[in-house]
Design a protein around this ligand. Structure first.
Ligand code: HEC
Ligand code: HEC
Length: 501
């Protein structure tokens, strides 16, 4: 254009015109650029700027584990004010009264959010989950006592199944729209004019879309032929299958208890030990990476920062120790029980076999959990993580054969027992499978020192628990008949000893 104007003698006028039009264009472009930059800065500020969490969370390791962000707010977070008003708007979709407490979340007195829920500003305040939502537990020693909270303990009260469904069900409801949500939000907070617009036109529609996107992957939670998971259980490998490698739904179903994470360093990969109930992961580092990626729901924004968080988590859970039994122990009985244990149990739970997979044929417990995962799934999941440029030993690329014989530290607080939580107490586990309870309530936090487990019968247990039926899919209490033929006195001694672990 420029050269044409110069070479064309008739273009004086045109040239002048071009020049002024060029100047106008330039000005317009600069204005646009400036606006664009301002718009970009505005958008960045309103949607992406990250604010550090407060000191009380970041400076105390227990608080950091319970409420600290692991970076999940960015892609998997729910806008704080939407999270806040959902139970008020949709009480009909909660499993009971009391807002989020109805899901059996662990909730410390006076705190804004339950344990395992992190709040962080990424443009605007968002809520996401961290490890503590499943890996922190609580118990009470008496019906009128305050709960004791144990970070790294297995959450036995959380109704994760109901929580996942709640979020999707709310988003599916026609009442989930900007008018209704804004009306509720305006009742509880005073957002600026701009923030109201952003919530109404951007944040609410996007949140709804994101939640609805999960429906397909959560399809197996809605199957009529599958029972609810029940409190304290999680179908973790199916979650990995449907969310991480996006497999189509199959007929497998294998919810397990949440495991304890304390003293994690006892699992020595270099000695052939494996992680997860089915021994499907090589080492703690891999499990923590995969768990964190699951929570993030997307590749980490900053890989080094992410791996730093993983390291911190591993150090934290490795340094924790199981809490000691909070009731009296008959020490003479425990001494005798130690000898019973050495003969009957140590061969798997305190030996070179500990932490390794014991073949299913030898254990005879429910096979359904190992049916939820396989070699090909492991290969695909490993490829997904590798594509993110993250190196780890990863998931075991072999068929699953059985279950890991776990270390038994803090076993008193890991009820109900077996990988699928099908046996209410240690006393019941020492009964032959056919004599163990066939139905019981799980998720009530009152401890039963007599049976060594939680209270699983009676009106209070029924009120706060979910029913476990051993005849339901994934619920079988068969197998692990070790010690069940011991004389009653030996069983009593063994129980005393187990309390000391
Ligand atoms: C939604 C609940 C949930 C969340 C959140 C969660 N986990 Fe887990 N975790 C589980 C369940 C359930 C298992 C057992 C899975 C199985 O073997 O079937 C498990 C297993 C593990 C294990 C293996 C334990 C063992 O003894 O083999 C480790 C380690 C672990 N999780 C760490 C973490 C960390 C660290 C985080 C946070 C980054 C995390 N988990 C987040 C539920 C959860
Ligand atoms: C042949 C090996 C073997 C022997 C012997 C054995 N166990 Fe186990 N134990 C296992 C395996 C494997 C599991 C996991 C099974 C499952 O969850 O399906 C297990 C699970 C358990 C659990 C449940 C752990 C949890 O977190 O729910 C307890 C408690 C337990 N064993 C105690 C004992 C006691 C007490 C004895 C001795 C009377 C004993 N075991 C003997 C292999 C063994």
């Amino acid at each position: 254009m420029k050269s044409a104007a110069v070479t064309n003698p008739r273009s004086r006028c045109a040239r002048a015109g071009f020049r002024s039009r060029g100047r106008n264009l330039l000005v317009a472009l600069l204005v646009l650029l400036a606006l664009g930059a301002a718009g970009g800065a505005f958008a960045w500020y309103k949607f992406f700027r990250e604010e550090a969490q407060p000191e009380w969370i970041t400076s105390d390791p227990d608080m950091r584990f319970k409420y600290g962000s692991i970076g999940a707010e960015r892609d998997a977070g729910i806008p704080y004010w939407i999270f806040y008003v959902l139970p008020r708007m949709f009480p009909d979709k909660l499993p009971g009264p009391g807002g989020y407490a109805a899901f059996g979340v662990v909730w410390e007195e006076g705190l804004e959010l339950p344990v395992g829920f992190s709040k962080k500003v990424v443009g605007f305040p968002r809520v996401a989950n961290n490890c503590a939502s499943c890996h922190t537990t609580s118990y009470r020693t008496q019906a009128d006592a305050a709960p004791t909270f144990v970070p790294t303990g297995p959450n036995h009260t959380l109704n994760l199944w109901a929580f996942f469904r709640f979020l999707v069900d709310c988003a599916k409801d026609p009442r989930f729209n900007a008018d209704n949500l804004m009306a509720e939000i305006n009742l509880v907070t005073d957002l600026s004019f701009i923030d109201r617009l952003l919530y109404r036109f951007v944040i609410i529609p996007i949140t709804r879309k994101r939640l609805l996107e999960r429906e397909q992957q959560f399809a197996w939670l809605y199957r009529e032929d599958f029972p609810p998971w029940g409190r304290g259980r999680d179908d973790a490998m199916n979650l990995t299958k449907y969310f991480m490698i996006r497999w189509p739904m199959d007929d497998s179903f294998g919810p397990t208890d949440m495991p304890s994470l304390w003293n994690l360093g006892k699992y020595r990969a270099d000695q052939g030990m494996r992680m997860n109930f089915g021994g499907d992961s090589h080492d703690a580092y891999s499990v923590v990476i995969d768990s964190a990626l699951g929570l993030l729901g997307a590749p980490p924004k900053d890989r080094d920062e992410f791996l730093g968080e993983v390291r911190w988590l591993i150090d934290y859970v490795s340094a924790k120790r199981a809490p000691s039994y909070p009731f009296a122990i008959d020490t003479a009985g425990a001494e005798r029980g130690k000898r019973v244990f050495a003969v009957t149990c140590a061969g798997c739970h305190a030996s070179a076999r500990t932490g390794t997979v014991i073949p299913l044929a030898e254990i005879g417990t429910s096979a359904e959990r190992i049916g939820t995962w396989n070699e090909r799934a492991a290969r695909e999941a490993n490829a997904v993580v590798e594509d993110m440029g993250i190196e780890r030993a990863g998931l075991v690329e072999e068929p699953l054969r059985g279950y890991v014989a776990a270390f038994l530290d803090g076993i008193w607080l890991r009820a109900p027992y077996l990988h699928n939580g099908s046996v209410p107490s240690l006393r019941d586990l020492l009964e032959p499978p056919t004599q163990r309870p066939t139905t019981f309530w799980r998720g009530y936090d009152l401890y039963d020192p007599d049976r060594v487990g939680f209270v699983t019968t009676g009106p209070e247990a029924a009120r706060s628990g979910t029913l476990h039926n051993v005849a339901a899919k994934g619920g079988s209490n068969s197998g692990h008949a070790f010690g069940t033929t011991l004389p009653a006195a030996d069983k009593a001694d063994l129980l005393e000893y187990l309390k000391t672990l």
